[in-house]
Ligand binder design. Structure first.
Ligand SMILES: [Zn+2]
Length: 366
């Protein structure tokens, strides 16, 4: 390392934070240049520039304020928690080719396997760091994303189901039995939805555009068997404002948190509902994501501050993505109360809340 390195690695050390105000939280961030090695092609929306833009923002706006969490590659044991050995082998095999594909929309380059292994490993390491109480909140700024990945299949730009594996790891390693996954990516996280469909140990809550890939996540998809009522899907109309979006979360996630009392909160953080996103058709601004982070931190405080981990999913405008991640990190660092004016209840959102409550009232989960 050169002695004039402008960005020295910050090691896990809570010391610098002790001098800060009590209102400032210790936020851990997983980042690594090796996440840029997955190259699906110049014109593919899930481009390394997404993370480059975020990393530049971190250096410019949060230098020295975040705890760096160093990822290490996942083990086969981690991957086996969700994926079939044949699929894991198939991903590994992509290393033999300069360019190949795991699914029609999910190309792979020679080092995709490494980025994918590190994406899972980064989440696992972040969870360990949270469970040691070395940080108050974490954000995995990783790629490839994961919420569409199935047990034996890639899809929707996703290779391994990063959050699914993290939830399984939390159950196995730490004995957790109530894990809340909040997925605000504009696409339905069918991979997570399916993995925990029959289980009550993971409550999956998603808001998404039903007219976009993968066209799943209907209101009536509530889970099955023991997991009935532990899957909450809310399809969104495209014209929602920030205030309306926040009203939906306030009316839904607040009560879910208080009733379910999660021991861990995992957030499938996709920012493709942003108005500038080239794939999403919604109209949120970055401020909505920051306010949602403050909401989540507030509800979490009410139930004893369980660990909270944000994991990056989609978001395809590098500028809007970095701006949105910045708002979230500000919200995690210094949560503070949410101003009433930020929330806008409309006839449309009241009807949506009434509908989801009616569908779920019989299960008694929230
Ligand atoms: Zn998405």
């Amino acid at each position: 390392m050169t002695n004039d390195a402008s960005n020295p690695p910050v090691t896990l050390n809570p010391e610098p934070f002790s001098v800060q105000s009590q209102n400032t939280r210790r936020v851990g961030v997983v980042r690594d240049e090796r996440y840029l090695l997955h190259k699906p092609g110049h014109t593919h929306p899930e481009h390394p520039n997404r993370l480059k833009s975020i990393y530049r923002m971190l250096d410019a706006d949060f230098s020295g304020q975040l705890v760096h969490i160093e990822p290490r590659p996942a083990t086969l044991e981690h991957l086996d928690l969700v994926h079939t050995p044949a699929y894991v082998k198939r991903v590994l095999k992509t290393a033999d080719y300069r360019y190949t594909s795991l699914a029609p929309d999910t190309p792979a380059s020679a080092e995709t396997y490494l980025a994918s292994w590190l994406a899972v490993g980064g989440c696992v390491k972040a969870l360990d760091t949270l469970m040691e109480c070395s940080v108050d909140a974490g954000f995995c700024l990783i790629r490839p994303p994961g919420h569409h990945a199935l047990k034996d299949r890639a899809g929707g730009f996703c290779v391994f189901n990063n959050i699914g594996i993290t939830a399984r790891y939390a159950m196995k390693e730490y004995g957790l039995r109530r894990i809340l996954v909040v997925d605000f990516d504009i696409h339905h996280g069918n991979g997570i939805n399916d993995l925990f469909h029959k289980e009550k140990e993971v409550l999956y809550l998603s808001t998404h555009d039903p007219l976009l890939y993968p066209y799943t996540g209907d209101w009536e998809d509530v889970g099955e068997g023991e997991g009935e009522g532990y899957t909450i899907n809310m399809p969104l109309p495209r014209e929602l404002t920030d205030g309306e979006f926040l009203h939906l979360y306030q009316a839904m996630v607040g009560p879910v948190m208080r009733a379910y009392q999660p021991q861990l909160i995992l957030t499938a953080a996709g920012f493709d509902a942003h108005e500038e996103d080239p794939i999403g058709r919604s109209r949120l601004s970055e401020g909505a994501f920051g306010t949602l982070a403050r909401f989540l931190m507030g509800w979490r405080a009410e139930i004893g501050n369980p660990p909270i981990l944000y994991v990056l999913e989609g978001g395809y405008s590098p500028r809007a993505l970095a701006a949105s991640v910045k708002e979230v990190i500000l919200g995690l660092l210094a949560p503070g109360p949410v101003e009433k004016a930020a929330i806008k209840e409309s006839q449309q959102t009241s009807d949506m809340v009434a509908r989801v409550r009616k569908i779920h009232e019989g299960y008694g989960v929230w």
